[in-house]
Design a protein around this ligand. Structure first.
Ligand SMILES: C[S@@+](CC[C@H](N)C(=O)[O-])C[C@H]1O[C@@H](n2cnc3c(N)ncnc32)[C@H](O)[C@@H]1O
Length: 320
């Protein structure tokens, strides 16, 4: 059936035409309602929509523009709430729950931490988060709840995002010391990238395939062999909201796991290891781990077995 005749795709296209006609994407009742409807329309995972198999140019063009609009709106939303939360007299980190998607970040960061723990034998001392934003919630949640002795270096192209973000953590006795901010385009971050055990690449860094692959190639060039790259991708209808990262985009890396949540965590998580690391680093993996999509944030590591239902797992191999 032609994709644009698909009822859900028609609903997404209708929401897209309303969103693309908005005067501004800054938070307002109308903007919040439309994006709330868009997210709930794209959340179901029981559809057979595969955006990579859409040939209808109109739908493909709509998707690439919609991803950009979502990214722009997400930036404004973070700016808006970071300004409010940062204005509290006491420690702003006591008020993070005011951010509408705070619970999603609690679940996404727990999922990413669980995946990291499945594939590494030691606690990372230094992490880089590329594209941290005005509300660097991934870094804050990881530092506060999962990695109490890790320093997180946050990179963002936007100096205002970093100013808002550093204000959020400035009055926290612990995170003010463990959260460092750098203003730079990821493509200009060279020296020092080989000092990180783990590098996260935000979903909004590289909003189309070409720029995503460019960022990944840059990181592959400058990361340490054996270091872990955590990326965010999308699957099914959710790929109308965020770009997809495929295994074939990760040349120079060994893709360890691609995990597609089936709850309200929108992003899929991709974890890969830069080739050339020590055998010790590789042996710290527990085989070719694959994960079954599940609602709970506890990730079930299942050693790959050919008998697994293909549709629920993706097998990985090193990409030279
Ligand atoms: C809105 S944040 C989302 C991340 C989210 N705050 C988190 O904690 O997971 C994404 C950020 O990526 C930044 N960004 C986009 N392209 C970038 C690039 N090429 N280099 C560095 N930062 C970039 C944007 O300025 C934006 O602030």
């Amino acid at each position: 059936m032609a994709c644009e005749n698909n009822l859900v795709v028609k609903q997404i296209m209708d929401l897209y035409s309303q969103i693309s006609n908005l005067e501004s994407l800054k938070p307002s009742k109308n903007v919040d309602t439309l994006f709330g409807q868009l997210v709930s329309t794209c959340l179901p995972t029981d559809t057979n929509i595969d955006v990579t198999k859409i040939h209808d140019e109109k739908v493909k063009d709509m998707r690439s523009h919609l991803i950009k609009l979502c990214g722009e709106a997400e930036g404004y939303l973070e700016q808006h709430f970071s300004t409010i939360i940062g204005s509290f007299e006491d420690n702003p980190l006591n008020h993070l729950h005011i951010f509408p998607y705070y619970n999603n970040y609690l679940k996404l960061s727990k999922l990413e931490f669980d995946l990291l723990a499945q594939h590494t034998s030691h606690v990372p001392t230094k992490i880089a988060f590329i594209g941290s934003g005005p509300m660097p919630l991934t870094s804050i949640v990881l530092a506060k709840f999962h990695l109490p002795n890790t320093t997180i270096h946050n990179f963002d192209i936007d100096s205002q995002a970093n100013a808002l973000a550093s204000n959020l953590v400035s009055r926290d006795p612990d995170l003010s010391k463990r959260m460092i901010f750098h203003t730079t385009d990821v493509l200009n971050a060279k020296e020092g990238l080989d000092k990180y055990d783990v590098v996260f690449l935000a979903a909004l860094v590289g909003m189309d395939k070409e720029s995503k692959v460019k960022a990944i190639e840059h990181l592959e060039k400058h990361m340490a062999p054996g270091a872990v790259l955590m990326l965010r991708s999308a699957h099914g209808l959710r790929a109308f909201l965020y770009p997809i990262v495929d295994s074939c985009d990760l040349k120079g890396f060994e893709v360890l796991t691609i995990y597609h949540p089936s709850d309200d965590v929108v992003n899929s998580v991709v974890i890969a290891r830069k080739l050339g690391g020590s055998s010790e680093a590789r042996s710290s993996q527990i085989g070719r781990c694959v994960f079954m999509p599940c609602n709970c944030s506890k990730v079930h590591a299942i050693i790959n077995s050919r008998g697994m239902k293909k549709s629920m797992i993706e097998e990985f191999s090193a990409i030279e």
